[in-house]
Design a protein around this ligand. Structure first.
Ligand code: NAD
Ligand code: MG
Length: 388
């Protein structure tokens, strides 16, 4: 019986994962974690007969306990309990918490040699070298779940990474792909969250509108596949049918196509190295008629340029970049800063931090990464308070 755990089970990726796990008698669920939605977490824990359900928030403990009364599912709460859950032996662990909060539990799961299905791209952006080294040290496997990275991974199967010339990740362009800059300045969170092709959590949806999601994914590509930054390209492809392409030294381009449904990438990671039948729509290319492509616009979407700067800086720049982006997103959602000011804030934080030695220092420990994360958040908050 394979033992599985899901971190961030109540989110968008978590629910898609739940959908693939429920009703499977060849899988045993060890731990499920969530946030404040304890009613849903309890339902999932009962349906999967999990050993333990964990809410990230201490104050939600009694509600979760009550919701699971008589179920036989153990209950725990708080960040420490998340780490304890990650230390419980499991064969396959889904990392689908959103944000830098997902780093420590995923890192902990690697120490017991589990296969880590990594949706939490922030883990690689903030601590890529650390995560890859930890996996190698414990004989653990990291499998990408981000759709573009799963696509690259699949296109590389049986290939030699040394023969790769370039990797192209596609971006839908988000809801504001055709908006002029003046209009972008007034874009609201409700407009930004309306992704044209994918149904996802609120935060990644807004990150798709700014292209910060794609910026994180460029860095994720570099960290996971070990290619140089100049080998990674972003291509706007509004239909989101091609998820990524890999270009080889003989001129061949291998593209991965599929419906915009995360259950493909999750299911691929769940069954790897096998392929199993998955409940995703099959493409009818003739009915679609055409696929279109365009170059991203760096003026309206500066996030991609910032990602290049982060990769050039190296060290802890990824942690600072992600933390500043998370704070900018919080303030945008709260209506305190405008859509374009998110990128402005992130750029300011990187400028302020750039003379500090900590930014350039090699990533050596989880503590170092979390310290930079906290420092960048504080710097971003200070800048917002003073007025951008
Ligand atoms: P979501 O907001 O829908 O769900 C996030 C989950 O994490 C929820 O279970 C929530 O309760 C939990 N959570 C939130 N804050 C937490 C904290 N501080 N501590 C512990 N748990 C916390 O997010 P999502 O869209 O499912 O995305 C999850 C991750 O997967 C993100 O890193 C995202 O970038 C990545 N991803 C998502 C998609 C997608 O289709 N949604 C696609 C590719 C990658
Ligand atoms: Mg993606």
């Amino acid at each position: 019986m394979r033992r599985v755990s899901v971190f961030g089970a109540t989110g968008s990726v978590g629910e898609n994962t739940f959908d693939l796990l429920v009703g499977r008698d060849d899988l045993h669920t060890v731990a499920l974690t969530g946030g404040r939605n304890v009613t849903r977490l309890a339902e999932q824990a009962r349906a999967l007969r999990a050993e333990v359900a964990v809410t990230a928030h201490d104050e939600c403990y009694s509600d979760l306990k009550a919701a699971l009364a008589g179920s036989g599912v153990a209950v725990a709460a708080g960040p420490g309990a998340l780490l304890d859950a990650a230390a419980m032996p499991a064969d396959w662990v889904m990392s689908a918490i959103v944000g830098a909060a997902g780093l420590a539990p995923g890192f902990r799961a690697l120490a017991q040699g589990a296969t880590l299905a990594l949706a939490n791209k922030e883990s690689l952006v903030t601590a890529g070298p650390l995560l890859m080294a930890e996996a190698a040290r414990h004989g653990a496997t990291i499998l990408p779940v981000d759709s573009e990275h799963s696509a690259i991974f699949q296109a590389l199967t049986g290939e030699d990474i040394a023969a790769v010339e370039r990797i192209i990740i596609t971006a839908s362009g988000g809801p504001f792909r055709t908006w002029p800059r003046e209009k972008l300045a007034a874009a609201t969170p409700v407009q930004a969250v309306a992704h044209p092709n994918w149904t996802m959590g609120q935060r990644i949806s807004i990150d798709s509108a700014t292209l910060f999601n794609k910026a994180l994914e460029v860095i994720e590509t570099r960290e996971f596949f070990g290619v140089n930054p100049d080998q990674i390209e972003v291509l706007v492809h509004p239909q989101s049918t091609i998820h990524a392409l890999v270009g080889f030294n003989d001129g061949a381009l291998m593209a991965h196509l599929g419906a915009p449904d995360m259950r493909h990438a999750i299911g691929y990671a769940l069954h790897w190295p096998e392929r199993r039948v998955l409940p995703v729509a099959r493409l009818d290319l003739a009915a679609m008629g055409q696929l279109t492509f365009e170059a991203p616009d760096p003026d309206r979407f500066p996030a991609l340029r910032l990602a290049r700067e982060v990769m050039a800086t190296g060290g802890h720049a990824g942690a600072a970049f992600n933390a500043a982006k998370e704070v900018a997103l919080d303030h945008f959602i709260a209506g305190r800063i405008g859509f374009l000011e998110m990128a402005t804030l992130v750029e300011r934080v990187l400028d302020v931090l750039s003379p500090q030695s900590g930014l350039h220092a090699e990533v050596g420990s989880l503590e170092g990464v979390l310290a930079m994360d906290a420092f960048a958040r504080q710097t971003a908050e200070d800048l917002v308070r003073k007025g951008l």
